[in-house]
Design a protein around this ligand. Structure first.
Ligand code: DGL
Length: 282
């Protein structure tokens, strides 16, 4: 039996944020080719109902199945929190979300700071993720003594998608207001419960101070993917020169420019997919 599998890993997010997971995958898994799908025309998902999020996510994942992926990565917390249970059973390949890896990392970080006993960790995420209660539930399954104080931060995603820098005065003011409860709590750790937020992680860390450890699910998710590929004997064969191909539902230059910034390397021009095409295929 061959130990290598040249099929791509398919990664999906509502927009740019999932690229933080792509960056981690590229660091951990040099031999893999990656197909990325950003549903940029219908973003944000985080303000929509679970029914709409499920419907959009299903359409995007079905589109990605055209590339015969060996694995689907849902690099969006909102989808992972509200729709993963339904989606996971619908595809013939494993579907990996970002929430469980993030919750496990938060528990590990909390236990490093508080060896045992009750403690409270912070969570920032979209409205849909906070409303779903999926993080507190996942964390309590792992350790019922850890409580979660969550806050929705709906302004962060549009600012990131717009390309605002973390040093921007508006960004600083918004962060200061959103993070106030965690400053008061002197939270030992804060979960960045949205794949967009690591882009602002340095600015968030500055507002919170050194006592708060930031938990970013991107690297944890890449590790879970690596473990799964090992179990499947399905690592990619050789590093290719350009391992990443991106598909987006909104036309325009912004995704390409910002993607290069987030990944620290230029990307090939993304391919545009009309949202009507996704809708008509379901
Ligand atoms: N990527 C989404 C998440 O991780 C946030 C963007 C959106 O609201 O669509 O929750």
């Amino acid at each position: 039996m061959s130990n290598s599998d040249s099929r791509p890993i398919a990664v999906f997010d509502s927009g740019l944020g999932g690229l933080t997971v792509v960056r981690a995958l590229m660091r951990r898994l040099a031999g893999e080719s990656i197909v990325y799908f950003g549903d940029t025309a219908r973003l944000p998902y985080g303000t929509k109902s679970p029914r709409t999020v499920l419907q959009f996510a299903r359409q995007c994942l079905r589109f990605l199945m055209r590339f015969d992926p060996k694995l689907l990565v849902v690099a969006c917390n909102t989808v992972s929190a509200t729709a993963l249970g339904d989606l996971a059973g619908e595809f013939t390949v494993p579907v990996i979300g970002v929430l469980e890896p993030g919750a496990a990392a938060a528990v590990a970080a909390a236990r490093q700071q508080h060896a045992a006993g009750p403690c409270t960790v912070g969570l920032i995420a979209t409205e849909a993720t906070i409303t779903s209660q999926a993080y507190p539930q996942a964390i309590s399954r792992l350790d019922p003594a850890i409580h979660v104080l969550g806050r929705a931060c709906p302004l962060l995603v549009p600012m990131i998608e717009e390309g605002r820098l973390p040093t921007n005065a508006v960004v600083q003011a918004v962060l200061q207001e959103y993070l106030e409860p965690f400053i008061k709590l002197r939270a030992p750790s804060l979960i960045l419960g949205c794949t967009h937020y690591p882009i602002f992680s340095e600015a968030i860390a500055r507002v919170l101070g050194p006592q708060t450890h930031l938990v970013d699910s991107a690297d944890e998710t890449a590790l879970v993917v690596k473990q799964r590929l090992a179990t499947m004997h399905a690592f990619g064969p050789v590093p290719s020169e350009e391992p990443l191909t991106c598909y987006v539902t909104d036309q325009g230059q912004r995704f390409e420019n910002l993607a290069a910034h987030f990944l620290g390397r230029p990307i090939r021009q993304p391919v545009w997919v009309a949202p009507e095409l996704l809708e008509s295929a379901t």
